[in-house]
Design a binder for this molecule. Structure first.
Ligand code: FES
Ligand code: FES
Length: 169
């Protein structure tokens, strides 16, 4: 069966007809061509597919596109832009916390949800929030340090709200 859904993605209203079994990650990647969210395990174990739904971190491989109808979705494409990185993006670069980059969009969006809820997280808070995001490359230390650094910037002058239309030009 197919359903028409309207989802606000990175500030843009998107209306599409989707199959009732299409996942949100498939809708983002295959229908909207937003490939920042990665399909890793496809069973909720790796966090590579995390996006924000109404500012909460969600494994988009476990959510159906129809469940996103009427909601606000933010992907990594909507969080910052090349000339104005989100503080989390800038901090991950500063700490060399990106290697292959496969985990990075999910890691950043999970951290963004954390900072939205708690702008002053402890290291334990950050580790707990990122427990569902696996990274095969960095060993996590640099990622944790980057989130700590970004939290001070977010507190000072930044926002975790989307800042740009969803498609980078
Ligand atoms: S692809 Fe969704 S949690 Fe791994
Ligand atoms: S940077 Fe390679 S999986 Fe995290």
């Amino acid at each position: 069966m197919r359903h028409e859904i309207t989802v606000r993605v990175n500030g843009v209203s998107e209306t599409h007809t989707v199959a009732d079994n299409q996942t949100l990650v498939s809708f983002l990647r295959d229908t909207l061509d937003l490939t920042g969210a990665k399909e890793g395990c496809n069973e909720g174990e790796c966090g590579a597919c995390v996006v924000l739904v109404d500012q909460k971190a969600v494994n988009s491989c476990l959510m159906l596109a129809v469940e996103a109808d009427g909601h606000e979705v933010t992907t990594i494409e909507g969080l910052g832009r090349p000339d104005q990185l989100h503080p989390l993006q800038a901090a991950l670069l500063h700490h060399s916390a990106v290697q292959c980059g496969y985990c990075t969009p999910g890691m950043i969006l999970t951290a963004a949800a954390l900072l939205h809820q708690n702008p002053s997280p402890t290291e334990a808070d950050i580790r707990a929030a990122l427990a569902g995001n696996l990274c095969r490359c960095t060993g996590y230390r640099q990622i944790i340090d980057a989130v700590i650094e970004a939290s001070s910037h977010v507190r000072a002058n930044a926002t975790t709200e989307p800042r740009m239309p969803r498609r980078l030009q």
